[in-house]
Design a protein around this ligand. Structure first.
Ligand code: NDP
Ligand code: 8X3
Length: 247
Protein backbone atom coordinates (compact mmCIF):
# COMPACT_ATOMS: atom_id res chain seq x y z
CA UNK A 1 0.00 0.00 0.00
CA UNK A 2 1.25 3.50 -0.85
CA UNK A 3 0.20 6.46 1.30
CA UNK A 4 0.71 10.10 0.26
CA UNK A 5 0.64 12.36 3.35
CA UNK A 6 0.72 16.14 3.27
CA UNK A 7 2.10 17.99 6.28
CA UNK A 8 4.19 14.99 7.38
CA UNK A 9 6.92 17.07 9.04
CA UNK A 10 5.05 17.42 12.34
CA UNK A 11 2.04 16.46 14.45
CA UNK A 12 -0.64 14.28 12.88
CA UNK A 13 1.15 13.90 9.54
CA UNK A 14 4.37 12.57 11.06
CA UNK A 15 2.40 10.19 13.31
CA UNK A 16 0.35 8.97 10.34
CA UNK A 17 3.56 8.30 8.39
CA UNK A 18 4.97 6.31 11.32
CA UNK A 19 1.74 4.33 11.78
CA UNK A 20 1.58 3.21 8.16
CA UNK A 21 5.32 2.45 7.88
CA UNK A 22 4.92 0.22 10.95
CA UNK A 23 2.39 -1.73 8.88
CA UNK A 24 4.80 -2.21 5.97
CA UNK A 25 3.25 0.48 3.77
CA UNK A 26 5.30 2.87 1.64
CA UNK A 27 4.78 6.53 2.48
CA UNK A 28 5.30 9.65 0.39
CA UNK A 29 5.91 12.20 3.14
CA UNK A 30 5.51 15.80 2.01
CA UNK A 31 5.82 19.21 3.68
CA UNK A 32 7.81 22.43 3.34
CA UNK A 33 10.43 21.52 5.98
CA UNK A 34 12.51 18.94 4.13
CA UNK A 35 15.02 18.59 6.99
CA UNK A 36 12.23 17.25 9.24
CA UNK A 37 11.15 14.80 6.55
CA UNK A 38 14.72 13.62 6.07
CA UNK A 39 14.96 12.98 9.79
CA UNK A 40 11.79 10.91 9.54
CA UNK A 41 13.35 8.95 6.68
CA UNK A 42 16.40 8.24 8.87
CA UNK A 43 14.13 6.97 11.62
CA UNK A 44 11.74 4.99 9.45
CA UNK A 45 13.87 3.75 6.55
CA UNK A 46 13.59 3.63 2.77
CA UNK A 47 9.87 2.90 2.82
CA UNK A 48 9.45 6.63 3.40
CA UNK A 49 10.05 9.03 0.52
CA UNK A 50 10.59 12.60 1.76
CA UNK A 51 9.50 15.30 -0.70
CA UNK A 52 9.51 19.04 -0.17
CA UNK A 53 6.11 20.41 -1.15
CA UNK A 54 4.15 23.56 -0.41
CA UNK A 55 0.55 22.56 -1.06
CA UNK A 56 -0.32 26.18 -1.89
CA UNK A 57 1.76 25.90 -5.06
CA UNK A 58 -0.52 24.33 -7.64
CA UNK A 59 2.20 23.70 -10.25
CA UNK A 60 4.46 22.17 -7.59
CA UNK A 61 1.68 19.82 -6.46
CA UNK A 62 1.05 18.71 -10.04
CA UNK A 63 4.79 18.29 -10.68
CA UNK A 64 5.28 16.34 -7.47
CA UNK A 65 2.54 13.85 -8.29
CA UNK A 66 3.57 13.52 -11.95
CA UNK A 67 7.20 12.96 -10.92
CA UNK A 68 6.69 10.25 -8.29
CA UNK A 69 9.17 7.40 -8.78
CA UNK A 70 7.58 4.11 -9.98
CA UNK A 71 7.79 2.47 -6.53
CA UNK A 72 5.68 5.27 -5.05
CA UNK A 73 3.55 6.33 -8.02
CA UNK A 74 0.41 4.23 -7.61
CA UNK A 75 -0.89 6.01 -4.56
CA UNK A 76 -3.62 4.11 -2.70
CA UNK A 77 -4.31 6.61 0.06
CA UNK A 78 -4.09 10.40 0.07
CA UNK A 79 -4.15 11.94 3.53
CA UNK A 80 -4.86 15.65 3.11
CA UNK A 81 -3.50 16.73 6.47
CA UNK A 82 -1.43 19.88 5.80
CA UNK A 83 -3.16 22.83 7.38
CA UNK A 84 -3.03 25.55 9.95
CA UNK A 85 -4.89 28.06 12.05
CA UNK A 86 -3.47 31.56 12.30
CA UNK A 87 -4.53 33.91 15.05
CA UNK A 88 -7.57 34.02 17.30
CA UNK A 89 -8.68 37.62 16.77
CA UNK A 90 -12.33 38.51 16.19
CA UNK A 91 -13.23 39.01 12.54
CA UNK A 92 -13.18 42.80 12.67
CA UNK A 93 -9.58 42.80 13.90
CA UNK A 94 -8.27 39.70 12.12
CA UNK A 95 -5.37 39.90 9.70
CA UNK A 96 -6.65 39.43 6.15
CA UNK A 97 -3.28 37.99 5.07
CA UNK A 98 -3.70 35.27 7.67
CA UNK A 99 -7.18 34.52 6.39
CA UNK A 100 -5.78 34.16 2.87
CA UNK A 101 -3.02 31.83 4.04
CA UNK A 102 -5.57 29.60 5.73
CA UNK A 103 -7.72 29.51 2.61
CA UNK A 104 -4.70 28.86 0.38
CA UNK A 105 -3.45 26.01 2.57
CA UNK A 106 -6.53 24.40 4.10
CA UNK A 107 -8.82 24.74 1.09
CA UNK A 108 -6.87 25.32 -2.10
CA UNK A 109 -3.93 23.09 -1.17
CA UNK A 110 -6.30 20.26 -0.31
CA UNK A 111 -8.08 20.71 -3.64
CA UNK A 112 -4.81 20.70 -5.62
CA UNK A 113 -3.60 17.45 -4.02
CA UNK A 114 -6.96 15.77 -4.41
CA UNK A 115 -7.32 16.77 -8.05
CA UNK A 116 -3.78 15.64 -8.86
CA UNK A 117 -4.10 12.17 -7.30
CA UNK A 118 -7.73 11.26 -7.99
CA UNK A 119 -7.49 10.37 -11.70
CA UNK A 120 -4.94 7.62 -10.99
CA UNK A 121 -7.08 6.21 -8.21
CA UNK A 122 -10.17 6.17 -10.41
CA UNK A 123 -8.24 4.57 -13.29
CA UNK A 124 -7.00 1.81 -10.94
CA UNK A 125 -10.49 1.48 -9.44
CA UNK A 126 -8.87 1.63 -6.00
CA UNK A 127 -8.07 4.40 -3.57
CA UNK A 128 -8.97 6.36 -0.49
CA UNK A 129 -8.93 10.09 0.23
CA UNK A 130 -8.79 10.94 3.93
CA UNK A 131 -9.25 14.62 4.69
CA UNK A 132 -8.37 16.15 8.05
CA UNK A 133 -11.12 18.59 9.00
CA UNK A 134 -11.80 19.81 12.52
CA UNK A 135 -14.52 20.16 15.09
CA UNK A 136 -14.02 23.86 14.28
CA UNK A 137 -15.69 23.14 10.93
CA UNK A 138 -18.88 22.11 12.62
CA UNK A 139 -19.08 24.24 15.77
CA UNK A 140 -18.29 27.96 15.95
CA UNK A 141 -16.12 29.56 18.60
CA UNK A 142 -14.91 33.15 19.01
CA UNK A 143 -11.85 33.72 16.86
CA UNK A 144 -12.47 30.57 14.83
CA UNK A 145 -13.76 32.67 11.90
CA UNK A 146 -11.77 31.81 8.75
CA UNK A 147 -10.16 28.69 10.23
CA UNK A 148 -13.54 27.16 11.07
CA UNK A 149 -14.85 28.26 7.67
CA UNK A 150 -11.98 26.53 5.91
CA UNK A 151 -12.66 23.31 7.82
CA UNK A 152 -16.38 23.50 7.03
CA UNK A 153 -15.25 23.48 3.40
CA UNK A 154 -13.24 20.32 4.09
CA UNK A 155 -16.30 18.63 5.54
CA UNK A 156 -18.65 19.45 2.65
CA UNK A 157 -16.00 18.89 -0.03
CA UNK A 158 -15.38 15.41 1.40
CA UNK A 159 -19.07 14.52 1.26
CA UNK A 160 -19.34 15.86 -2.28
CA UNK A 161 -16.25 13.89 -3.35
CA UNK A 162 -17.96 10.76 -2.15
CA UNK A 163 -21.03 11.68 -4.19
CA UNK A 164 -18.87 12.03 -7.32
CA UNK A 165 -16.86 8.85 -6.75
CA UNK A 166 -19.71 6.40 -6.24
CA UNK A 167 -19.03 3.24 -8.23
CA UNK A 168 -15.32 3.95 -8.71
CA UNK A 169 -13.79 1.92 -5.87
CA UNK A 170 -12.39 5.13 -4.36
CA UNK A 171 -13.44 5.84 -0.78
CA UNK A 172 -13.58 9.24 0.92
CA UNK A 173 -13.43 9.95 4.63
CA UNK A 174 -13.10 12.99 6.82
CA UNK A 175 -11.67 13.10 10.34
CA UNK A 176 -12.68 15.99 12.61
CA UNK A 177 -10.40 16.20 15.65
CA UNK A 178 -10.80 18.48 18.63
CA UNK A 179 -7.90 19.78 20.72
CA UNK A 180 -4.70 17.85 20.10
CA UNK A 181 -1.24 18.66 21.38
CA UNK A 182 0.94 19.20 18.29
CA UNK A 183 2.63 22.30 16.88
CA UNK A 184 -0.85 23.57 15.95
CA UNK A 185 -1.07 26.22 18.67
CA UNK A 186 2.58 27.24 18.27
CA UNK A 187 1.77 28.05 14.64
CA UNK A 188 -1.54 29.67 15.53
CA UNK A 189 0.20 32.01 18.00
CA UNK A 190 3.13 32.75 15.69
CA UNK A 191 5.79 30.90 17.71
CA UNK A 192 4.68 32.13 21.16
CA UNK A 193 5.57 28.95 23.08
CA UNK A 194 4.09 30.09 26.41
CA UNK A 195 0.74 30.93 24.88
CA UNK A 196 0.72 27.64 22.96
CA UNK A 197 1.61 25.65 26.07
CA UNK A 198 -1.19 27.32 28.04
CA UNK A 199 -3.76 25.87 25.61
CA UNK A 200 -2.96 22.35 26.84
CA UNK A 201 -2.15 23.10 30.48
CA UNK A 202 -4.22 21.18 33.03
CA UNK A 203 -5.98 19.03 30.44
CA UNK A 204 -5.37 15.77 28.64
CA UNK A 205 -5.69 16.65 24.96
CA UNK A 206 -5.78 14.22 22.05
CA UNK A 207 -2.38 13.10 20.77
CA UNK A 208 -1.08 12.83 17.24
CA UNK A 209 -1.03 9.07 17.81
CA UNK A 210 -4.80 9.11 18.49
CA UNK A 211 -5.37 10.68 15.09
CA UNK A 212 -2.92 8.34 13.33
CA UNK A 213 -4.72 5.34 14.85
CA UNK A 214 -8.06 6.76 13.69
CA UNK A 215 -6.83 7.27 10.12
CA UNK A 216 -5.31 3.79 10.13
CA UNK A 217 -8.58 2.26 11.33
CA UNK A 218 -10.57 4.10 8.65
CA UNK A 219 -8.25 2.94 5.88
CA UNK A 220 -8.09 -0.66 7.07
CA UNK A 221 -11.87 -1.25 6.98
CA UNK A 222 -12.94 -3.75 4.31
CA UNK A 223 -13.30 -2.28 0.81
CA UNK A 224 -17.12 -2.20 1.00
CA UNK A 225 -17.08 0.02 4.12
CA UNK A 226 -16.74 3.78 3.69
CA UNK A 227 -16.36 5.75 6.91
CA UNK A 228 -17.83 9.13 5.96
CA UNK A 229 -17.01 11.31 8.96
CA UNK A 230 -15.42 10.78 12.34
CA UNK A 231 -15.53 13.51 14.97
CA UNK A 232 -13.43 13.02 18.09
CA UNK A 233 -12.54 15.22 21.03
CA UNK A 234 -10.61 14.74 24.24
CA UNK A 235 -12.94 13.79 27.09
CA UNK A 236 -12.26 17.17 28.69
CA UNK A 237 -13.59 19.20 25.71
CA UNK A 238 -17.24 19.98 24.91
CA UNK A 239 -19.42 22.55 23.14
CA UNK A 240 -20.15 26.13 24.16
CA UNK A 241 -23.60 27.21 25.21
CA UNK A 242 -25.23 29.95 23.10
CA UNK A 243 -23.84 33.36 24.01
CA UNK A 244 -26.43 35.96 25.06
CA UNK A 245 -25.44 39.62 25.46
CA UNK A 246 -27.82 41.39 27.86
CA UNK A 247 -28.23 45.06 28.53
P1 NDP B 1 1.21 20.86 13.11
O1 NDP B 1 1.46 22.32 13.06
O2 NDP B 1 1.99 20.03 14.08
O3 NDP B 1 1.41 20.23 11.64
C1 NDP B 1 0.93 20.90 10.50
C2 NDP B 1 1.61 20.32 9.28
O4 NDP B 1 1.10 21.01 8.12
C3 NDP B 1 3.11 20.49 9.30
O5 NDP B 1 3.72 19.29 8.90
C4 NDP B 1 3.36 21.58 8.27
O6 NDP B 1 4.59 21.33 7.60
C5 NDP B 1 2.18 21.34 7.31
N1 NDP B 1 1.92 22.51 6.48
C6 NDP B 1 1.48 23.73 6.87
N2 NDP B 1 1.40 24.55 5.80
C7 NDP B 1 1.80 23.82 4.73
C8 NDP B 1 1.94 24.09 3.36
N3 NDP B 1 1.67 25.30 2.84
N4 NDP B 1 2.37 23.11 2.54
C9 NDP B 1 2.65 21.90 3.04
N5 NDP B 1 2.54 21.56 4.32
C10 NDP B 1 2.12 22.52 5.17
O7 NDP B 1 -0.35 20.69 13.37
P2 NDP B 1 -1.32 19.40 13.39
O8 NDP B 1 -0.58 18.16 13.16
O9 NDP B 1 -2.15 19.53 14.59
O10 NDP B 1 -2.23 19.76 12.14
C11 NDP B 1 -2.50 18.86 11.09
C12 NDP B 1 -3.91 19.11 10.57
O11 NDP B 1 -4.83 18.84 11.62
C13 NDP B 1 -4.19 20.56 10.14
O12 NDP B 1 -4.97 20.51 8.97
C14 NDP B 1 -4.98 21.12 11.31
O13 NDP B 1 -5.83 22.16 10.91
C15 NDP B 1 -5.75 19.91 11.73
N6 NDP B 1 -6.29 19.90 13.08
C16 NDP B 1 -5.48 20.06 14.18
C17 NDP B 1 -6.03 20.01 15.45
C18 NDP B 1 -5.21 20.23 16.68
O14 NDP B 1 -5.80 20.60 17.73
N7 NDP B 1 -3.91 20.01 16.67
C19 NDP B 1 -7.44 19.71 15.65
C20 NDP B 1 -8.20 19.59 14.44
C21 NDP B 1 -7.63 19.64 13.22
P3 NDP B 1 5.64 22.45 7.12
O15 NDP B 1 5.51 23.61 8.07
O16 NDP B 1 6.95 21.73 7.20
O17 NDP B 1 5.21 22.75 5.73
C1 8X3 C 1 -8.33 22.55 15.93
C2 8X3 C 1 -9.31 22.19 16.98
O1 8X3 C 1 -10.74 23.06 18.84
O2 8X3 C 1 -8.50 24.01 18.57
O3 8X3 C 1 -8.87 22.38 14.69
O4 8X3 C 1 -10.22 24.56 16.96
S1 8X3 C 1 -9.73 23.52 17.88
Amino acid sequence: MIIFVTGASSGFGAAIARRFIADGARVVATARRLDRLQQLRQDLGPGLLPLELDVRDRAAVEGCVAGLPPDFAEVDVLVNNAGLALGLEPAHRADLDQWERMVDTNIKGLMYCTRALLPGMVARNRGHVVNIGSVAGEWPYPGGNAYGGSKAFVRQFSLNLKADLIGTGVRVSEVEPGMADTEFSLVRFDGDADRAKAVYTGIQPLTAQDIADTVHWIVSRPAHVNINTISLMPACQAFSPFAVKRG
